[in-house]
Ligand binder design. Structure first.
Ligand code: FAD
Length: 235
């Protein structure tokens, strides 16, 4: 087996996009136009002998590598990323992973993400919106409250295509909210989108994926597919 190639990069930009989440832009030193397939991740070296996986959230392949990392709770990767500065050197392996946008697609595509689970969907949703087979693309994105929402500017841009719609569910908020904001969990919004001819993509924490999977499977549909990427497979 060929050993994965260790790559070097430099932090070009870094921003806290919410109190919980840090966005990073990395330029790969040995491949300036870094290639990847939408949905893939890199394994970032976060200590001498530890790596953490982060999905690539660049709009498209062939440029800098953008990531969003959960940094609002302590952790080896979280602490490492918090301490990075513009110009810091980084090492990573990748791209890796087989969580891809599937073609030919069905006529409806639903993306369901919690928190940083949105990352692989940024380039994948662009593919879905540009896919002639697809009539409607819907994102259901879950965070805890309005302060934790990030990337809404990207969703608004996709909305201009006329076939993209997004809903943001706030699991820690109760009472009336104005669309695109809804109280409760992402899974509460799912039943309205359980229709024949749908591809469902689920990404984020495993509990959400398990619950959503059960809801979709239980709907009695005959023409559908479910594709998943769990961020905490070992927990
Ligand atoms: C394919 C794949 C893609 C992924 N993509 C992303 C991504 O795009 N963005 C992203 O953020 N994550 C992503 N992950 C998850 C990521 O790889 C890490 O597992 C996750 O971010 C936690 O790593 P960590 O090193 O910060 O925490 P760890 O050190 O691994 O700790 C795990 C958890 O334990 C808790 N913990 C640790 N130390 C303490 C402490 N001192 N006190 C209290 N609690 C503590 C924290 O809540 C932490 O979340 C992905 C995972 C996979 C498998």
């Amino acid at each position: 087996m060929v050993a994965p190639k260790m790559r070097k990069g430099t932090i070009m930009d870094k921003k806290e996009v919410s109190p919980m989440i840090t966005w990073l832009k990395i330029r790969c030193s040995d491949e300036k136009n870094f290639d990847f397939r939408p949905g893939q991740f890199i394994n970032l070296q976060v200590s001498e002998d530890s790596y953490r996986s982060y999905s690539i959230c660049s709009d498209k392949p062939g440029g800098d590598i953008e990531l969003v990392a959960l940094t609002g709770v302590p952790g080896l990767g979280a602490n490492y990323i918090k301490n990075l500065q513009k110009g810091s050197p980084v090492s990573f392996v990748g791209p890796s992973g087989r969580f891809f946008y599937h073609v030919p697609a069905r006529k409806r595509v639903i993306f369901l993400a919690t928190s940083t689970g949105i990352a692989p969907f940024i380039p994948m949703m662009k593919l879905a919106v540009g896919d002639k087979e697809v009539e409607a693309v819907t994102l259901i994105f879950g965070v805890r409250n309005e302060e934790e929402v990030f990337f809404e500017d990207k969703f608004k841009k996709l909305e201009k295509s006329g076939k993209f719609k997004y809903l943001i569910s706030l699991s820690g908020v109760y009472g009336d909210l104005k669309p695109p904001y809804y109280p409760g969990r992402v899974t509460a919004l799912l039943p309205e989108y359980l229709k024949e001819g749908t591809d469902f993509y689920l990404c984020g924490n495993m509990d959400m994926i398990r619950d959503a999977f059960e809801i979709i499977k239980g709907a009695g549909l005959s023409d559908f597919a479910i594709y998943t990427e769990s961020f905490n497979p070992n927990l």
